[in-house]
Write a protein that binds this ligand. Structure first.
Ligand code: SAH
Length: 210
């Protein structure tokens, strides 16, 4: 079920789709995605699809995890990364193996608790999680060299831009029915935005769920 061959096939597919960063491909190859799913879904873990994790949320498709991670690391390795929308913790685990410190915010408490357990199980000790509304960022822990959002706002929250360090990069899906992945670089003069590709994420919602 989780045979090496199935995983290799996924890596081949990601590389065919244009993922070039070997650091990213290597980490995806060795991270057990099946551990981030309920048993009923685990047999599909190495397909390149988004999968349900409960609470109407999804574990992101490997392609988009790879693409966003590659974009975040494009200009060098950010030291401190903020992730909005921990979900299953899969993207968190990928980041934690590539950058020194990961701060991850999730609004649905039971999802966060499961994700925290998985981080422990995988011995990823450089992950800090917070049950909060991520549209406010994590001001006490900022600024961040990189910010990655796994849920889409209609407009980029001002707080996320404020918590981006100079030289830092934000990777975020933006929109409603139609969404596009945005890459925002903070320069010493201001912000530079690039629109990368059409994507489909769950909406960034306000408030928290206990
Ligand atoms: N990368 C995750 C994706 C989970 S889906 C994974 O692969 O498992 C997106 C997540 O964003 C959901 O868990 C959802 O609850 C969360 N989310 C939505 N709005 C949020 C907000 N304002 N603050 C924090 N998390 C939020």
């Amino acid at each position: 079920m989780t045979s090496q061959r199935t995983r290799e096939r996924l890596i081949q597919r990601l590389s065919d789709q244009g993922i070039r960063d070997h650091r990213v491909l290597d980490v995806i190859r060795t991270t057990p995605r099946h551990l981030f799913l309920d048993e009923a879904m685990a047999h599909r873990a190495y397909e390149d699809v988004a999968l349900p994790i409960g609470y109407q949320q999804t574990l992101s498709q490997p392609y988009i995890v790879a693409r966003m991670t590659e974009l975040l690391l494009e200009r060098g390795t950010p030291r401190r990364v903020l992730e909005i929308g921990t979900g299953s913790g899969y993207q968190t685990a990928i980041l934690a193996q590539l950058v020194p410190e990961v701060y991850s915010v999730e609004r649905i408490k039971p999802l966060l608790q499961k994700a925290r357990q998985r981080m422990r199980q995988l011995k990823l000790r450089n992950v800090h999680v917070n049950h909060a509304d991520g549209s406010l960022g994590w001001p006490e822990r900022g600024p961040f060299d990189g910010i990655l959002a796994a849920a889409a706002p209609e407009y980029i929250p001002e707080q996320l831009l404020e918590q981006l360090a100079p030289g830092g990069r934000l990777v975020i899906p933006v929109g409603g029915d139609v969404q596009h992945l945005h890459v925002v670089d903070r320069t010493h003069e201001g912000f530079e935005t690039r629109v990368v590709e059409a994507v489909r994420f769950v909406p960034l919602r306000p408030g928290t769920v206990r």
